[in-house]
Design a protein around this ligand. Sequence first.
Ligand code: TRP
Ligand code: SF4
Length: 363
Amino acid sequence: MSNPAPAPQKRVLSGMRPTGKLHLGNYMGALHNWVRLQDQYECYFFIADLHALTTDYADPSAIAPNTREVALDFLAAGLDPERCTVFIQSRVKPHYELPLLLGMITPLGWLERVPSYKEMQENLSSKDLTTYGFLGYPVLMASDILLYKADFVPVGQDQQAHVELTREIARRFNQFYKRPPIRNVGDILRRPTAEEAMYILPEPQVLLTPSPKLPGTDGRKMSKSYGNTILLSDPEREIRAKLKPMVTDPARVRRSDPGNPDKCPVGDLHKIFSSQETLAKVYDGCTTAGIGCIECKTWAADAIVAHLAPIQERRARFEQQPALVEEILAAGEERAHVRAEQTMVDVRAAMGLAQSAQGVVAQ
Ligand code: TRP
Ligand code: SF4
C-alpha cells in the first residue's frame, strides 16, 4: 500500500540588510514573524550584504562587522538552523549570476518607476546613487527571491513594490523561455509539481508582515537613522535609561493631568510588550492621573527587559562560540547553494547558455 506523497512544503524567503545590531523595530517588523514562519514553511533567511553595497560602495568597511552582528541577532531571536536556512547572500554565488541574466530582460522603465528609487536618491543625498548598481537593486532582490522559487516573501509595506516587480520580471522571463525537456535522472526524481513543470520561475506572493506601531524613544517611528532605537542587545540598565526621557502624551504636562495611552508612545510599547493586567493598570492609572509617567515607563521597561531576556541569553551563548556561528552559516550557505544552483541550471539552459557536463552532474 503506498500513501500519496505529502504535498511539498511551500517555500518562504526573506532578507535583511546588514545595518548593524538590530533594534526592536527590526524585530517586531520582521524577525519575530520569521521565527513563527519557520515551523510552517521551508524557510530561507539571509543577510543581504550585496544590497548594502548598492548604497555603501564608497566605504564598505562596516558591512562585514554589521553582517556578523545581524547573524548573531538572527540566531538570538530564535531562527533555528535546524528548522530554517540562514545564510549570507554574498557567499552564495548564484546571487551574483542571476541578476546579470535577469538584467538582460528587465526594461529600464520598470526600474526607474520603482517608487523608492527617486525617494532614496533624494533622502541619501550625501551619497552618489546615480549608479547602475543602485538602479538595478530591484533586480538583485528579484534574483534573491526567484533563485529559491519562493512562494511567499514576508516583508513590510515598504518592500511590497519590489515583490510586485519580481512577479513582473518572472512573468516576462516565463513568456520568453519555456522549461527545457527533461535532461537527467535528477529531473525525473524531483517530480516537479504541475506549476513547476510549466514555469521555470514561479511568481512569489507577498506575505505582509503585521507590524504593530513601534515608536522610538522620541515618539517617531523607530529607526537607526533617527537615533531613537532600543537594541535587542541593549543591557537592562541601557533600556531603562533610554525609556526614562521617552516622549509621552503631550496632554499630560503635570502629574495631576490625566492622559491617554492611545496618544502616548509609551502606551504603544505597553500594547506590544505588556500583559493584559499591566495594560489595564496603565489605562486606568493614566486616564485618572492615578499613576505617574515615571512609574508607567518602569513597567514598560520591565516588559521589554523580560521579553528580551531569552534573546540576550542566546546571544551571549553564540557570542562565546564564534566557531559554531561560522559552522551554522557554512551549513546554511551549502543548503542555499544547492537550491539556487538547481534554479540556475534551468535558467542558463533556458537562456541558451551552454553548460559544462560537470555543471549538470554537480546539481
Ligand atoms: N530589500 C530588503 C530591505 O531593504 C532586503 C532584501 C533583499 C529582501 N533581498 C530580499 C527582502 C529578498 C525580501 C526578499 O529590507
Ligand atoms: Fe504615557 Fe504612561 Fe504617561 Fe499615560 S502614564 S502618558 S501611557 S507614559
